[in-house]
Design a protein around this ligand. Sequence first.
Ligand code: C2E
Ligand code: MG
Ligand code: MG
Length: 337
Amino acid sequence: MRHKAEKCYTALAQPFDIDGTVISLTMKAGISHYPEDATTSENLMYYAKLALHASFHTTQTAIKEFKIETRDEILRTVQIEQYLAQALDQNQFEIVFQPKISAVQQKMTGVEVLARWTQSELGFVSPAEFIPIAEKTGAIHALGDWVLRTACLRWVAWKEAGVSPFSIAVNVSPLQFASQEFLPRLEKILLETHMDPAYLELEITESAALSYETATYEKLATIQARGIRVSLDDFGTGYSSFTQLRSLSVQLLKIDRSFITSLFEEKNQQAIVQSMIQLGHNLEMEVLIEGVETVEQADWLAREGCDYFQGYYFSRPLTETALMDYLTADSMDEHIM
Ligand code: C2E
Ligand code: MG
Ligand code: MG
């Protein structure tokens, strides 16, 4: 069966010339097997459709065979996709805030805003699971707008309540960022919420989806000119070349947490992190390390000149109430490191 699907795929992959216009087609296929997977035509069709669905969530293969072992996983993906479509309208999302600590000031100078989703059937769903699905279905644009708008509204409310202002960093999916609508939507949200751009930071993930092209560089420069900071999230896991990195208007490098999990165990790991900090500084960027979980890591990173920290050692992501408590405690405690 796979063989037949592959033959169709190869045949369709050839560009068609229709009256001088060249058209390229791609194909996706889902396959189920009789009698291994099911014995009724309804079930066979259902499982083939599930496999087809799953093929949309993978970049590697256009042809996906149904596997009974992965049935639950596929079903969950399909369910998440369906529930995501109504989640915003049904107010199922929330945001939480994780403190970012300045090494120099030894206190919280900002927070990262993280989306949280709890759905009655599925329970808590991690953003690591639903964000990639939202990216595939396109729901990421409305969700991203909602997170940004909600975060800006909270910031303005804190300011009005007399809280000393600190920056808020909102994650922006590379796909959301690539949209032509991104800048106008950002501008609209800033206007509507009265957010001060000087306190806004956008975290863009370094990933294959971040296209290094003139439009991207221009967009980043426009954002910077507007007074908004941009950070490159999960740095080190993506694909930036040195030339690309030099051309990006980015003010902060956020080194991915995978680099410090084995800081004291693996040979050369410290040398790698030292070089990354130095690279950021040489490019006139500040450097933050994500995922700091122990005092040993925090001390070592402070000695190496890292500018900011984020991680469970300082604080887990907090609800708004817990954040306000944290701020009160933070202002009373001079030595949090
Ligand atoms: P991220 O932007 O790199 O966020 C950091 C993630 O690491 C968060 O996971 C945070 O809870 C977790 N983390 C922080 N400190 C530690 C630590 O010390 N140890 C460990 N083990 N983990 C730590 P979370 O909230 O599950 O988010 C996962 C990813 O989902 C985020 O990674 C981000 O890429 C994405 N995401 C979350 N909210 C949004 C959003 O509103 N929009 C977009 N586009 N993506 C989002
Ligand atoms: Mg982030
Ligand atoms: Mg990150």
